[in-house]
Design a protein around this ligand. Structure first.
Ligand SMILES: Cc1cc2nc3c(=O)[nH]c(=O)nc-3n(C[C@H](O)[C@H](O)[C@H](O)COP(=O)(O)O)c2cc1C
Length: 436
């Protein structure tokens, strides 16, 4: 049962006297708050909000039968009052002052970590990030992991260069030597990254043999030394992306201790992939799906350490999934779904950051990528290095298959030009785009 279904069930029989109290989720509170709204009024208002196209929960990935009009209307009003600072009477259930901290946190656009796209090796390279940035202006983007050795001794321009429009952008580094990490942090800050993130979650053999990534979960003191060294080197935030534990560790004991030790060294932001890594016997891909997810443990970390920014990662497929956690944690990070179905980001800006943010258009995104590819190809980048990231753009629309085929097959032809992207998009009918 998802969070909205839960809220609908709990709404039944709950009087509106309990505003903000007894509500077990922000959606629950929304349901409680709109108990007293008349059905006709709700329908009229719901339609008005829908026409405005501003606060449509369908766009969050909720299925229509999950959404009671009351929930939608109440959510819309709360969000509207909060984000536009509408003066309402104290007794009004949508008064921002009476909204519980959890609902406020769900709606408050202040945290830059509210919605992040995960670092993904080979996937979130600069071309992919440029593409995702055409869809969401506000999502926080992360590079794939780059090892300290590569930054210090490799081709820095190839590894670190990015387009200015990619901000807010974090670089993720992999390593366990404080001095090398501090040097890398300095270089990354000079490169104008907004954040340096240390990988404490990667389970691959290569990473383990270098004694970094997930195996560092066993050595919080070492991670603290790394964070301390990096923090002394730069003024941008130094953050950690970790697991809830590894192998035979008990996450409920290991994770709080890890967080406390690393936070004491000055790390204020923890991105937590809500599952263990099993360091032997599972491939990296299996380690992203076999160990069970433990969301309540990540929520508990926020309750335990409200002073820290806690970002939840793992298994989020839709904005609806993500929204259910906001209010319990400061932000969410989406990985595979953002890559495979990138249009899931299309509503991030207006629903999670700025209600008046423009709604992106898939064909305009394709056009922008065609122009981008032309510029990059002039510098020697092969078209397929860019086109491979775009195949999910029209996912779910009639014509998506020919778009995918064109991008994966025709781009290999010797005469393929950047205009192929624009032409392939024209083959997908614009009438297919659902109206929100
Ligand atoms: C292809 C791929 C590459 C990944 N590379 C990295 C990486 O370089 N650094 C990292 O911290 N996590 C990496 N991850 C893990 C993701 O950041 C994320 O934690 C994981 O996929 C769970 O989130 P999701 O369920 O939303 O995909 C990778 C995941 C995938 C699918």
């Amino acid at each position: 049962m998802d969070v909205l279904q839960m809220s609908r069930v709990r709404c039944v029989g709950v009087g509106h006297k309990g505003f903000g109290r007894g509500a077990e989720s922000p959606m629950d509170e929304i349901g409680v708050r709109c108990q007293h709204l008349g059905t006709l009024f709700v329908k009229l208002l719901g339609n008005a909000f829908k026409r405005m196209g501003q606060f449509d929960l369908h766009a969050w990935g909720f299925r229509s039968h999950d959404i009671s009009p009351r929930v939608m209307v109440c959510y819309s009003i709360c969000l509207f009052c909060l984000s536009n600072q509408v003066p309402v009477s104290r007794r009004c259930p949508f008064n921002p002052a009476t909204v519980s901290p959890r609902l406020r946190a769900m709606i408050d656009p202040a945290s830059p970590y509210r919605f992040c796209v995960a670092p993904m090796m080979d996937w979130t390279d600069r071309h992919d990030r440029y593409f995702l940035r055409r869809i969401s202006r506000s999502a926080r983007l992360y590079t794939q992991m780059i090892t300290t050795g590569a930054i210090l001794h490799g081709d820095r321009r190839r590894l670190l260069d990015f387009d200015a429009s990619e901000h807010p952008l974090a670089v993720q580094v992999g390593g366990s030597d404080p001095t090398a990490l501090a040097d890398c942090a300095r270089i990354a800050e000079d490169w104008e990254y907004d954040e340096i993130n240390l990988n404490v979650g990667c389970p691959s053999d290569r990473v383990q043999s270098g004694t970094f990534g997930a195996c560092l979960m066993r050595d919080p003191d070492r991670v603290a030394d790394c964070i301390d060294a990096m923090r002394r080197a730069v003024s941008v935030p130094v953050t950690v992306k970790c697991r809830i534990g590894v192998d035979d560790q008990h996450p409920h004991e290991a994770l709080p201790g890890f967080i406390d030790t690393v936070a004491a060294a000055g790390c204020a932001v923890f991105i937590i992939h809500a599952r263990k890594a099993w360091l032997s016997g599972l491939s990296p891909a299996e380690n992203r799906s076999v160990p069970p997810l433990d969301y309540p443990l990540v929520h508990a970390m926020k309750q335990r350490r409200p002073d820290l920014v806690i970002v939840l990662n793992g298994g989020l497929a839709t904005l609806g999934d993500a929204a259910g956690h906001l209010g319990l944690v400061d932000g969410v990070m989406m990985g595979r779904a953002a890559y495979r179905t990138p249009w899931v980001l299309a509503d991030v800006d207006r629903l999670l950051f700025h209600p008046s943010a423009p709604v992106p258009n898939r064909w305009e995104v394709a056009d922008a990528m065609s122009r981008y590819a032309e510029r990059r190809m002039a510098e020697g980048t092969p078209l397929k290095a860019i086109a491979r990231h775009l195949t999910g753009l029209f996912q779910g629309l009639p014509g998506a298959r020919s778009w995918r085929r064109t991008l994966s097959e025709e781009v290999r032809g010797p005469d393929a030009t950047a205009d192929l992207i624009r032409r392939a998009a024209l083959m997908v009918s614009r009438r297919a785009e659902p109206v929100s």
